[in-house]
Design a protein around this ligand. Structure first.
Ligand SMILES: Cc1cc2nc3c(=O)[nH]c(=O)nc-3n(C[C@H](O)[C@H](O)[C@H](O)COP(=O)(O)O)c2cc1C
Length: 186
């Protein structure tokens, strides 16, 4: 699979079925993040790979009500960092950008391995941090939920989410977010 194929194949599917999580898989995904670019090579990202059943169940308790589908995830990657771990240039803080880049590499690699890798923001940050032992000063940015795509639509999904399993949610037109040579606000 080439990069463009992985970009096109990646979807935030919500109907997951269990998949075996091996040390090899965790290492493979972590290595994809390891070589991501970052400002002055600061590598601000941190990840906890959660696959222990009891620890997963504790994390499930922190999810927003619309995210019950996550309970079928086999692996959750908690992504965290803090501003001081990366370049701060005037008002530009790079930790979220660089950690997001590394996370995107993980998501694309998981896609290539025929897994669903779905990031979410809908969880209680402080509770999840306590469960995972993540220090107070860190921002728990996202939980990336990994599983195998199920043919059966998850019954917990809303009607809108069910539609999302069948086709990609609509995107802005290119003209709405790109300009050529000079910014042309729309
Ligand atoms: C930062 C971030 C937070 C998200 N939070 C949630 C979430 O809490 N629950 C959920 O079901 N999907 C969540 N999503 C998935 C988006 O809804 C999804 O990516 C978007 O609808 C586009 O669909 P697609 O990724 O399949 O193209 C999140 C995605 C990102 C990148």
């Amino acid at each position: 699979m080439d990069v463009k194929e992985a970009i096109n194949k990646r979807r935030a599917y919500r109907s997951l079925e269990l998949v075996e999580i091996t040390e090899e898989l965790i290492k493979d995904l972590a290595e994809s993040a390891q070589i991501a670019p970052s400002c002055m090579n600061k590598q601000p990202w941190n990840f906890v790979f959660i696959h222990d059943k009891e620890q997963l169940e504790r994390i499930f308790e922190t999810l927003s009500s619309g995210n019950k589908w996550v309970e079928k995830a086999s692996l959750i990657i908690a992504v965290f960092s803090k501003p001081e771990n990366d370049c701060i240039i005037g008002e530009r803080l790079y930790y979220l950008f660089d950690t997001g880049l590394a996370t995107a590499f993980i998501i694309l690699r998981a896609t290539e391995l025929d897994l669903v890798a779905h990031p979410i923001a809908g969880f209680k940050e402080e509770e999840a941090k306590k469960i995972l032992g993540i220090p107070e000063e860190m921002r728990l940015i996202t939980l990336v939920n990994i599983g195998k795509l199920s043919k059966e639509i998850n019954p917990f999904l809303s009607e809108a989410m069910k539609l999302g399993e069948k086709s990609r949610p609509p995107r802005k037109l290119l003209e709405e977010f790109i300009s050529i040579n000079k910014y042309n606000p729309k």
